[in-house]
Design a protein around this ligand. Structure first.
Ligand SMILES: *Cc1c(COP(=O)(O)O)cnc(C)c1O
Length: 469
């Protein structure tokens, strides 16, 4: 399999070439030249596989420059019961007939980003060793991504992580989770400022190309193709658990922010997995819901981006969305370059015509909905009262929209993207119940912490990297 850019650059690259990269040189995102079709016989064979075996089969269709035995070893080291808490890895939980939650949040940081990031840790370590290189991962986080990256990269050879977070602003659980890591290759930098200050510092450091090259600075952002690919696996795993035969169809509802999770569903559907609908659920930051309803993609300014109780979906633009638009427009790289390279930066967005939006629904299966803080409280309460199940705020956005959009006779799977303990305050507000983290993590808040506090300036961060890289 080879990879190309969504903005028209047809240079063909192998998986290993793009694994450690961010954007393509023309500013686009990498996608495979095509989505391999999975025929009925293959689907029937896959039904009986374990999660790690299924992961190996799917990844093998997209990765041909890592020897099969090595890839098999890496996926079997990643998807274990010890790391993800159950043999099924992403088990389904039935709420009512035809409506199930798929648990994606039983990894080390209790959010679905572990599903991909854990694999990325193994792939990065393998590829860097093969090249005899090292990498310093620099990032900014408001919570979920940074902790998932740290737990994936801790103890990995050839990799160091420098993660900036706003001092005192993450949830107590998130701070305990990140700052209690004692691994020598993990560096937490608490910046005396807000998340945007952290991100500005990361940008300033990364834009200094000489510094970046000298200190081998890299990222693990959500546009990384390997992250998206790893997420394709659980759509297959969810489908097999929800059905008895491959004639059946299911729909998925996906709590969405940067469009990475649901874009993986789009890839699975394009491979021939019998998915009827992919329902995009947003919170008050409804860029994506607006697009699927109206065809208008309107990027929000920071002042227009709401701080909500499902904070991991508080985005102003959806960084993975360009991949879907590329497919929707028949893989027309020139048009995508014009839309995302010119119209988005200059006019703040674009509008697609009604016929194209009709195809997004009819041919690509997309639907959408949105949810508010009041909806979240109501949904969390209802799910607790009717099903004795506590869900987190992001999953609640999904369940609210799933209840609205499910169709008779079509099983609906809602992706559970975090555990309630991660966002305890809102769960308590909704139900009066304080959700406990899993037993193994209850001691986290009392562990010693290791982090550096820094002024919101570029110079001290650079100096820290020079000292510790
Ligand atoms: C990141 C995240 C999301 C949004 O996923 P995208 O891939 O950005 O659409 C939803 N819920 C939780 C808990 C997350 O951490």
């Amino acid at each position: 399999m080879k990879y190309l850019s969504t903005r028209g650059d047809q240079t063909l690259r192998g998986f290993s070439d793009i694994l450690l990269e961010g954007l393509a040189p023309d500013g686009g995102l990498y996608l495979p030249t095509h989505y391999p079709k999975v025929d009925a016989a293959t689907l029937a064979r896959w039904r009986g596989l374990s999660y790690a075996e299924l992961a190996f089969e799917i990844l093998s269709l997209y990765i041909d420059d890592i020897p099969a035995a090595d890839l098999k070893r890496l996926v079997h080291a990643t998807y274990t019961e010890a790391v993800f808490g159950s043999a099924a890895i992403t088990p389904l939980k039935t709420l009512e007939p035809g409506l199930q939650l798929q648990a994606l949040s039983n990894g080390p940081t209790l959010a679905f980003k572990d599903m991909a990031m854990q694999l990325l840790g193994h792939l990065f370590e393998y590829e860097l060793a093969r090249r005899g290189e090292a990498l310093n991962i620099l990032g900014a986080t408001s919570g979920d991504t940074g902790s998932a990256a740290e737990y994936a990269m801790r103890g990995k050879k050839g990799i160091k992580v420098f993660m900036l977070s706003p001092h005192g602003r993450m949830s107590p659980f998130q701070q305990a989770q990140m700052f209690s890591l004692q691994d020598a290759n993990i560096h937490n930098i608490a910046v005396e400022g807000v998340f945007d200050d952290c991100q500005d510092i990361v940008k300033a450091v990364s834009n200094d190309l000489a510094f970046k090259r000298r200190w081998k600075i890299g990222t693990v952002n959500s546009i990384n193709w390997a992250r998206l690919l790893a997420q394709v696996i659980y759509y297959f795993a969810g489908y097999f658990q929800a059905t008895k035969s491959n004639d059946e169809v299911v729909s998925f509802t996906v709590p969405s922010g940067n469009f990475g999770n649901v874009c993986a569903g789009h890839v699975a559907r394009s491979m021939g997995l019998p998915i009827r609908r992919l329902v995009v659920a947003t919170n008050e930051n409804d860029v994506l819901d607006e697009f699927f309803r109206t065809g208008a993609y309107r990027v929000r300014a920071s002042a227009e981006t709401h701080e909500t109780s499902s904070p991991s979906m508080d985005i102003s633009k959806a960084s993975n969305f360009e991949r879907f638009v590329f497919d929707l427009l028949g893989r027309d790289g020139a048009t995508v370059a014009r839309l995302f390279g010119e119209q988005v930066p200059r006019q703040g967005g674009f509008t697609l015509d009604a016929a194209t939006m009709q195809r997004a629904r009819a041919d690509f299966g997309f639907a959408s909905g949105r949810s508010t803080h009041a909806d979240r409280l109501e949904t969390i309460r209802k799910c607790w009262q009717q099903h004795a199940t506590l869900i987190d705020t992001h999953t609640a956005d999904g369940l609210k929209v799933a209840w609205e959009q499910r169709e008779p006779g079509v099983p609906m799977i809602v992706l559970e993207t975090a555990l309630p303990a991660k966002f305890a305050a809102t769960i308590l507000e909704a139900t009066g119940v304080n959700p406990e983290p899993p037993a193994a993590l209850r001691h986290l808040e009392s562990l010693p912490r290791r982090f550096a506090v820094m002024a919101p300036q570029v110079a001290p961060v650079r100096a820290y990297i020079e000292q510790h890289a």
